[in-house]
Design a protein around this ligand. Structure first.
Ligand code: DON
Length: 300
């Protein structure tokens, strides 16, 4: 495993086409695109790393996996009255289908659906309490209390998040927001501004693996369903391409991170800030394709 990860990191470092860093969140625009890290946390607790695996990065939409688990913990299957379970075939921040589909977002991983999950775990508490609960969940999953929120990234996104505010107001106009839009957006942007290294993210991702080395945080049934949603919707309009090339459930973020699950075996975190045309890490996707090829860990 260690040799494979070292080879993958070496190949990434010498690839001149690193994709383009996201610029719509000003705080993320200055990240050095030459960075690359990868970590594998096996179900038995062993961890293997290569490249910049201990450099913290903004996990952005990868946080939607943890937020979904938390929201399901609050309301269970009632969540599915407010958000669907189908791929959207559109970009992560699209508003197009919301009008046609009466303010019910297609799935919990596009921004509109993630705003509903944030609204769900926020209900009944203040944003500070809700974010503390989210961090508690992530820290327990990773067994690492140093996981934190980058306030500057959160502020930068709140200041420029016109598209997300529009989505939230549109959801509210359809009665699909329980809390004030400002509160939901503040919580959502802080959720996305959580920072982790590849090592921490792989360890945190084990709650979706069935790992005897850690306490069970979600039931078998819920884990199976979250993995199914990651496979079908975790890369937005690039989800089919990721399933075709990698064949494992994955969730990406515009910070360039991807969390991938090999059910029963391992959680894998890969990070490279340059993105492809779908807004998913370019080298991260290529690295996972090569990893899946070498390990035979595609679920298909
Ligand atoms: O809502 C946003 O625009 C960002 N906080 C997260 C988007 C994101 O990570 C999309 N993933 N590739």
């Amino acid at each position: 495993m260690q040799n494979l990860l070292t080879d993958i990191a070496t190949a990434a470092a010498s690839n001149p086409d690193k994709g383009s860093v996201a610029t719509y969140i000003p705080e993320l625009a200055d990240i050095d695109p030459k960075q690359f890290g990868i970590s594998v946390a096996l179900a038995n607790g062993d961890v293997f790393c290569a490249g910049d695996a201990d450099t913290p990065f903004s996990i952005q939409s990868v946080s939607k996996v943890f937020a979904l688990a938390l929201a399901l913990g609050h309301v269970g299957d009632q969540l599915w009255n407010r958000v669907g379970r189908e791929p959207s075939g559109l970009s992560f921040d699209s508003i197009l289908l919301l009008e046609r589909e009466d303010g019910i977002p297609r799935n919990p991983f596009i921004n509109a659906g993630a705003l509903v999950t944030t609204d769900t775990y926020l209900s009944g508490s203040s944003p500070r309490e809700a974010l503390a609960a989210l961090l508690r969940f992530m820290r327990a999953a990773a067994d690492d209390d140093s996981i934190h929120i980058n306030e500057d990234v959160a502020k930068s996104e709140i200041a420029t998040g016109h598209r997300n505010f529009s989505l939230a107001h549109y959801l509210a106009s359809h009665g699909n927001m329980r809390n004030p839009v400002d509160k939901v957006l503040g919580t959502y942007c802080h959720q996305c501004a959580v920072e982790m290294s590849c090592r921490q993210l792989a360890l945190a991702g084990r709650f979706l693996v069935d790992s005897p080395a850690m306490p069970t945080l979600v039931s078998f049934e819920r884990r199976r369903r979250i993995n199914a949603l990651m496979m079908t919707c975790g890369h937005y309009d690039g989800s089919g391409d990721f399933a075709f090339r990698v064949g494992m459930p994955g969730k990406s973020g515009v910070g360039g991170g991807i969390l991938v699950i090999s059910p029963g075996r391992a959680a894998i975190a890969v990070w490279s800030p340059g993105l492809n045309r779908y807004g998913n890490s370019k080298l991260g996707t290529e690295a996972m394709e090569s990893f899946a090829h070498s390990t035979g860990w595609s679920v298909f």
